[in-house]
Every structure is written in C-alpha cells, then in structure tokens.
Design a protein around this ligand. Sequence first.
Ligand code: MSP
Length: 650
Amino acid sequence: MPKPTFYITTPIYYPSATLHIGHCYTTVAADTMTRYKKMRGYDAYFLTGSDEHGQKIERAAAAAGMEPIRYVDGIIASFQELWRKFDIDYSDFIRTTEPRHEEVVAEIFRRLRDQGDIYLGAYEGHYCVSCETFFTETQIKDAGGVCPDCGGHVDIVKEESYFFKMDKYADRLLAHIESHPDFIQPVSRRNEMVNFIKQGLEDLSISRTTFSWGIPVPDDPKHVIYVWLDALTNYISALGYTKGDERFERYWPADVHLVGKDIVRFHTIIWPIMLMALGLPLPKKVFAHGWILVNEGKMSKSKGNVVDPMILADRYSTDALRYFLLREFIFGTDGNYSEDVLISRVNVDLANDFGNLLSRTTAMIEKFQGGVIKAPGAKTEFDDELLALFRGVPGEMEEAMEKLEFHNALAAVWKIVTKANKYIDECAPWALNKNGETEKLATVLYNMAEAIRIATILLTPVMPNTPAKVFAQLGLEDKPELAAWDALTYGALPAGTVIRRGEPIFPRIETEKEAAPQKQEKKNKKNKAEAKKEQAAAKEEPAEGVITIDDFAKVRLKVGKVLAAEKVENADKLLKLTVRVGEEERTIVSGIAKFYAPDDVVGKNVAVVANLKPARLRGIESRGMLLCAENGDELELITVDTIADGGTIR
Ligand code: MSP
C-alpha cells in the first residue's frame, strides 16, 4: 500500500525581511509537523522558499549598486544557512527567480487570460511599495493616510494594468468556506474573511508597468506580473504543475499552508480563486498563527528590537530554541518574546524536569544496579498511574498535533516527565536499595528508563538532536527501532541494557540575574538567626490589620498563561478563562470583561491566586483568581513578562 501523503508549506520569505524568530517560529512548526508525520508513516513533503521579485528588491539592489539577482543570491544563501542551523529538513526550497517557477507563473497567466478571467484595464490606487499591496480609499482613510499594514508611506499609482476577475468566483469561495469548516483556521480568521468576501470583491490588479524586476506578462513584456500572483504560485510550481510532474499528482492539494495572520487574505481569497479559475482543488487548510512580539509590539529594524535567531542559536542549543518556540507560544495567537522567558523555559523544563530525570535515572541505575537496566520485578503502588500515562499521552499528543496545537502536544509529553520525577520521589529508590527491596527497585528503575525513552520518542519531531544523546546515555544507540513511534509500547526496552552516563543534555543557563538572588540568599542565611527572632516577635503581637509572613505564605501565587477566553453569557462583567499554570489547566472566572475583550487577554502571563477555594460563578466552577491593579474604576491585570507559567510569585 502506498503511504498516505502530507504536504505542508510555509510562506516564502522576502529577501528584504531580516529573518527573525518570528520566521523561525513558522518554519520550525512546519518542520516539526513534517517530522511528526514521517514518524507516523506518512510520505510528508515540506516546502519553503523565497519570494524575490518586486519593486522593493529592485530599489534595494539599485541602492547597493548590484544586479537584483546577485543581490538576492547572497541573502538567500543566508536564509538557507539559518534553516540548516535549525535542522529544518525541507523537501524543497523554491526561489521565485528560478525558471521552473517563472515558467509556471507565465503559463497560468496565459491560461487565465485565454479563458477570459484576466483582462487589460487601467488602475489608479494607493500602493504601498513595502507591502507590495494596493489599498482602497477607505482602507487608507481608516489608517490615517498611511499603509494599513506597515504604517508606511503609500503612493498614488495610475497605470495600465491587467485585472483578474475575482468577483466571478466569490460565491463559490463563500460556499466552499462554509462547507469546509477546517479550511480557514483559527475560526476567528474564518469569520473575518467571510465578512470581507461578503462586502464584495473588486477585480484585482495583477500587473505593473512601473518597474521591471518581476516575471514579464506573456506577449506584453512592459508589464510584470503582480508579486502576490507570482508568489502564491510557488505552492504548485515547486511540485512541477503544468510539467507533468508526478509530485503534483501525489501531493496536491496541500494539507496545510501555514501563514502569519497578516497574509491570511492572500491565502484564503486570492489563492483559492486562482485555483478555482484553474480548475484545481483547494488546499485543505490555511492555518494562521499569531505573531511573536517584543514588549507587546512588532519587531522592526527601525525599533532595533529584531531578535536574531542566529545569535540565539549560538547561545543556546537549537533543540532548546525549537522547544521554547513551540511550547511557550500558543499557535494561533500573539505571544510576547523575552530572553528571560526563554531561559526560564530551558532551565525549568529542559534542565530541571527532563535533564534531571535522565541524570537521576542513569545515576541510580549505575549506583544501585551496576549500570544495568533489569527487568521489572515486584510492582509498586505507584506504577499504574505512570503506566497509564505511557498509554494515554501518545493519543493526546496526536490529537493536539492534528489541530496544530504544538503547545498542548508538548504539555501532554510533560505529563510523563513530571509524573516520572514525582514517581522517583514516591518510590524513593534509594530507600528500596537500602532495605534490600531489589525486586521493587528493578521495577522502579526500569519504569524510569521507559518514561525517558517514551518521552524522548514523542519529543523527536520537536528536538531532532536530543534523541541520539538520550539514547546514547540509555545504552540504546544501536537500537534505532526503539526510537520509532511503533516502539512507544511500554516494555520494549530490553532488560540487560547497559547504560552509559554522560554530561547533562541541557545544562542549566546561569544568568547574572540568577546569580544575584543566590548571593542574596547567602546574606540572608547569615542574618537568619536575627530574622527568626524578629519574626517570632512579630508573631507574638501582630498589630491590628497586620498579617505575619506565615499568613502571607498561605497564599500560593503563581504565574499562569491565558490559553482561551470567552464572555460569560448574561454577565457583563465576567470572562471565563482557561489558564495554564505549569502542567495544569484550570478554569477561572474573572470580573474583567468591562476592561478586556476575550482576545486581549489570550496569551498574557497573569498572576494567579492558585490555592483559593473553588467557587461557582454563574454555574461555572472557578478555580483561582487573577490579580488586578485598580485605577479608579478601572482594573488592569497584573501581568508578568519574563517568567513562564508555573513560576511562583513570592
Ligand atoms: N513573501 C510574503 C509571503 C508570500 S507566501 C506566498 C511575505 N513574506 S515575509 O517575509 O514578509 O513574511 C513571511 C511570514 O512571516 C508571514 O507569514 C508573516 O506573518 C511572518 N512573520 C513576520 N513577522 C512575524 C512575527 N513577528 N511572528 C511570527 N510570524 C511573523 O509575507
């Protein structure tokens, strides 16, 4: 039986864009999805590339005194180097300046013109060179006279132009969107697009005569083809559409086009209409992810806040960065980047939770069993819960991956990691060893090794370099079959395996900030006796309205990330929030609806009172409370920029 296919794409990036972690985010996501599908037995194909035509590049090349193609060649080489560094294993990298692409674009133009969908007319409009986009009068007016997308200058452009009859296909497109609920994801984007189409589609100007760095219109070379028509075609030109290439038959229609929220319109209106006009099936899904922001704002060269992934990759391992990008941000909503959160994720999740699990396990196998993993012996009362996770988590991960919820897929894997660490503390192998309970000890150490092996298999698509390191330490480097998805079953690890302890796979990142509290702690210890005395005194006679430190310590304050939010029906003030606090997700009803729309709070890291007695509000059980600051009648959520959820506030 032939393997099922899976075709995924990222946008093709402009050479004018300095590639930053935002671009890495999409590309890492697509690469992870591809690796995951391959592990699941799919013939997965992953396309990325570069979008090299247009006036902006023509001008930049002229300013650099270079031929446009020489100018872009150097930049594209740096894109490819970045992708190599991040272990991006694309199936193909398409450049829109390659003849294999240009020929297909010209051929499509010719076909659509021959069948009457493209005609010659005249265009006058507001054009943003930076975004390569025309805008309507109203759009420009609403944006205050500047480009609605980038806020830059727009020119009034009048020129002879070819037009594409978009409106002819609008009803068919609407019907398609309505009958294919998965076509545009997330749902909020779908609604935006439906409203946009319902307002009526104008014919699209698809050629330019004001510059020449583009694909010439067939038989009318004073025009070049509009960059978006050119660029969108990459998804099929790369497969050899119109060339009788069997890859087109095999992979089209695409399973997923991953796009940023700013280019949804091109992918869910212009692109499907082009495909309909060509009589081709539409992609199964266009998924719009959110943006990675810095200090809640866009990254830009002018602000000087562009986060360079190459610099991060030199500082941290790319596996750690890939993990961070997919774990920290909710695919589909905006998220705020800071290096402190990155460090906190690496230290807490990777160095502490995962890395320590491996080092504790290998250290104990070495110390208590001479480095040999023995077959499980007598059961302990704690085994069942761990083994249930081995059975359940792969399915949870699968469900999350199908929905492109990478953060949830990783949270599911972390259930095993967290539970395995707890299992060690519950079973106390050192005590079993001391008491000579060798049968139970064998079980516990075996189960710990299996927890690591199973979690590692699940992490492989996200962190492609980590499995080899873990497997080497578990003594399994010559058994690749035990790293495959099919080997997720508990018990596949052969008894008698000899482990090989090694260096920590995710060393803890020491920062100046971290060193400072440690120094402080030493100082504190020095003054401990004194402090104790003072506390005791405070305990004796607390003044009225004053609480002791012990009273305060009863409140467990935690950082939580808002994953979802919705209004509570018939309650003006209440929002129902899904908040992730480390491993745990909880529902919290908060009285902030007058100050925050649901979309405004999703993705925020908030301060949660985590041990508040649950209360029922409008029939919803609320588990916890969010801290807010009051400003007169207004409420503002207390947010935490630099600490990942699960962190303690004290
Ligand atoms: N060339 C077009 C795409 C053509 S696809 C047929 C383009 N290129 S781009 O280089 O400007 O942007 C590519 C993608 O990067 C877009 O999906 C955009 O949303 C995404 N991102 C740019 N900045 C981003 C963040 N800060 N965060 C996440 N993604 C971001 O548009």
